[in-house]
Design a protein around this ligand. Structure first.
Ligand SMILES: *[C@@H]1O[C@H](CO)[C@@H](O)[C@H](O)[C@H]1NC(C)=O
Length: 262
């Protein structure tokens, strides 16, 4: 008897290795979800894409939605890389159907406004230029809909990561961090005609605040996240800086909403 049990376990064990991806998902949707999370977490996006396409085929939309929402809730940056891979490949419809709307607004290179949660101000570039032809970036006191606060996020894929150039529709300039730091080790944010360094590239980390999807916006060169000053100028605007201290876990202070300008 004992021998028989042992024998059948062996057979199961041996065949388990041969089980095809398809069958696995059909018979064990929870396991598929775990494998999808593992693939995304380890940045194995090709496997993640294959898995999600299979799940989609098997009408497991709710599993996809749950998985994506859990990853966002956990602040997993890779979920955006994964969405980008889907978007440029076979999975654009999956992003449209099962990811929060903010993802397709970010990835579709639409005109978007970028508004900080704390003060509810939209990023713009000032009208004035300095001696380098750069413009200072502010959170605008009132405007949330004109071209002044419209941006395009232009993605680029490098080293298994997605970065964005952030392009001002009104000023035809790209958001960058200056090289200089202030007393708090923060950098100022400017618009620049060129976008030729990592200071001109940014990456987004999704964060959830109640039901709202926000993003921390990090500079590639300095790995500091975008914030607005606590002081207000005579126009009611706040200057944009990067934060030398960690912003993680504080979406209500350092999260930004990104949405289509309408
Ligand atoms: C846009 O910026 C210009 C300055 O270049 C300003 O005159 C105009 O009032 C701004 N528009 C809005 C809607 O704030």
């Amino acid at each position: 008897m004992k021998f028989l049990v042992f024998f059948s376990t062996c057979v199961l064990g041996a065949s388990a290795g041969l089980i095809d991806l398809d069958i696995n998902i059909l018979s064990a949707p929870t396991r598929a979800e775990t494998r999808l999370v593992d693939a995304i977490t380890t940045a194995d996006y090709n496997t993640a894409v294959s898995l999600i396409l299979l799940l989609e085929k098997q009408s497991s939309g709710s599993i996809i939605e749950d998985t994506v929402n859990n990853l966002i809730r956990d602040g997993n940056r890779n979920v955006l890389e994964f969405a980008y891979k889907l978007w440029i490949g076979e999975g654009k419809e999956i992003v449209k159907h099962y990811f929060p709307v903010q993802f397709r607004q970010v990835l579709s290179e639409s005109n978007v406004k970028i508004i900080n949660k704390r003060d509810n101000l939209a990023i713009k570039l000032g009208a004035a230029t300095d001696s380098d032809n750069d413009r200072i970036a502010y959170g605008d006191a009132n405007d949330k809909s004109s071209e002044n606060v419209s941006w395009k996020l232009i993605p680029l894929w490098e080293n298994n990561r997605v970065y964005f150039k952030i392009y001002s529709v009104r000023r035809h300039q790209y958001l960058k961090l200056g090289t200089a730091t202030d007393g708090e080790n923060d950098h100022s944010v400017y618009g620049d005609d060129r976008a030729d360094t990592h200071r001109h590239q940014w990456y987004l980390k999704p964060a959830k605040l109640d039901s709202q999807v926000l993003f921390y916006i990090y500079n590639r060169q300095y790995n500091q996240a975008l914030k607005l000053s606590r002081s207000v100028d005579s126009d009611g605007d706040r200057r944009a800086y990067s934060s030398s201290s960690s912003v993680e876990g504080q979406p209500e202070l350092f999260g930004w909403s990104i949405s289509i300008v309408n």
